[in-house]
Ligand binder design. Structure first.
Ligand code: ATP
Length: 440
């Protein structure tokens, strides 16, 4: 199955046309690198988030969920190192005043890629990526607070709360999904790098000395999860951080990369963060964040943390890019999103072949049965059956059900498979169970 070379443009246009993703505040000309999810996009994003939550929280006994607030005590970001160190080097063109990240390869020769000025840039200055705002009614008196640039800190500051209330023992983890904000200097590539995005993060607390093993465990588990979404193995790889790339707090770190049309890029990080985070929060808050082993109370230590940190939006881009296909069918180009059924926004579409002879009534009843079973179904009776199938192919709907003349005679319907295009006759009676069995 072919993938076009201008895949990113195709994804942007499909997203807008079919209601996956729109530019934020589009009628005002758009907001810089912020995107809104439309009717199909919101379902896809939700299914992806739910699949992660199921695998990381519901299917395990050793991970608890959390939903911490976006606004946190400002000291959190001093302890975490973000106030002092969450910066990118920024340079500005002395002629057109456009700004770039100093490490952007487009400005390597010192020439401004926008206006062409030579020797355009002076010394870089450091630019903090955190969004700041004020808490309290009067701006001057109010405390500065930050919009969190990652969800992880909400987990660290709740470590003791979760530990005592859940009665977990080490090793165990805390998972959460939520918004993060970064005032990126060079956002771009659609939803790849944006200023507002969602992260799916899990922090796994382990005894020092067992951290290397757990890092290996989580590398394998996270790669398996991506494969379970149906992503092509040859498009995925690990990249180990070199000493230059390694964050100051990390002992070892791996990225899971995907081969995007613009090259191999990270979409999830798996990091051994040592005891850096809890030690810092203990020092800055004055609260003990040690773990006392309940089986041996002389054994106390600050846990090491293995982190798995994935971008929800960026993973959604991976999923869409991996699923997009164009193929020739009977002399026409068919665009299809071959999404895994568990991620597909619409699971099944129901069509009466024609709008008479009782077919719409039977089709409506089937559609209602899916809705009652919690399976997202779409009813469509307009246009030729071929056009209706093609609309669903673009939306990634794995199954199409057609009610036709034979249905009225023998009670069977046609089930069309999005990927193989095979059609099968299935009794109407068992249709909900038939589709449900094929969604996982
Ligand atoms: P990058 O180098 O791409 O900016 P990072 O190394 O700063 O990423 P982390 O801080 O490790 O990224 O964040 C973990 C994950 O969060 C990333 O793998 C990515 O999926 C997601 N992420 C980070 N920044 C953004 C962003 N600006 N837009 C969308 N997703 C992001």
């Amino acid at each position: 199955m072919a993938q076009p070379t201008d895949l990113m443009d195709k994804l942007v246009s499909l997203s807008k046309r079919r209601g996956f993703i729109f530019q934020s505040s589009e009628i005002y000309g758009g907001t810089g690198s912020v995107w809104d999810y439309g009717p199909l996009g919101v379902e896809l994003k939700r299914n992806l988030r739910d699949a992660w939550w199921r695998a990381m929280v519901h299917q395990r006994d050793d991970i608890e969920g959390l939903d911490a607030a976006i606004l946190m005590h400002p000291r959190v970001w001093e302890a975490s190192g973000h106030v002092a160190g969450f910066t990118d080097p920024l340079v500005e063109c002395r002629n057109c005043h456009r700004r770039f990240r100093a490490d952007n390869p487009d400005i390597a020769g010192g020439q401004c890629p926008v206006c062409g000025t030579k020797d355009a840039f002076g010394e870089p200055r450091m630019f903090n990526l955190m969004f700041k705002t004020f808490m309290g009614p009067v701006e001057e008196d109010a405390a500065v607070v930050y919009m969190r640039p990652e969800t992880a800190q909400g987990i660290y500051v709740n470590f003791q709360n979760v530990l005592t209330s859940s009665r977990q023992r080490i090793p165990f983890g805390i998972a959460q999904v939520g918004k993060a904000f970064r005032n990126e200097i060079t956002p771009g590539n659609f939803i790849f790098r944006t200023r507002e995005f969602e992260q799916m993060e899990m922090q796994f607390f382990v005894e020092p000395g067992t951290d290397d093993e757990w890092l290996e465990y989580w590398k394998a588990a996270r790669m398996d999860w991506h494969l379970s979404l149906g992503l092509r193995a040859e498009k995925l790889r690990f990249h180990e951080h070199t000493p230059d790339e390694l964050a100051h707090y990390a002992k070892r770190a791996f990225d899971i990369q995907y081969e995007f049309p613009f090259g191999w890029q990270e979409f999830e990080g798996i990091h051994n963060r040592t005891d850096f985070d809890l030690s810092r929060h203990q020092a800055y808050s004055g609260k003990r964040l040690e773990y006392v082993d309940p089986t041996d109370t002389n054994k106390r230590y600050i846990p090491y943390i293995i982190e798995t940190s994935a971008g929800l939006d960026r993973t959604l881009l991976v999923v869409m890019a991996d699923a997009y296909r164009e193929e020739e069918v009977e002399g026409e180009t068919r665009v299809v999103l071959a999404l895994h059924p568990k991620l597909a926004p619409i699971k099944v579409a129901v069509f009466p072949l024609i709008k008479k002879e009782g077919m719409p009534e039977v089709a409506s009843r089937i559609h209602d049965a899916f809705k009652a079973a919690g399976i997202n179904s779409f009813y469509d009776d307009s246009g030729s059956i071929g056009r209706r199938y093609r609309r669903q192919d673009e939306a990634g709907t794995p199954f199409g059900i057609t009610v036709d003349g034979q249905t009225l005679e023998d009670g069977t319907v046609t089930v069309r498979d999005r990927d193989t295009l095979r059609q099968e006759r299935v009794p109407t009676e068992g249709i909900v169970a038939y589709i449900r069995d094929r969604l996982q």
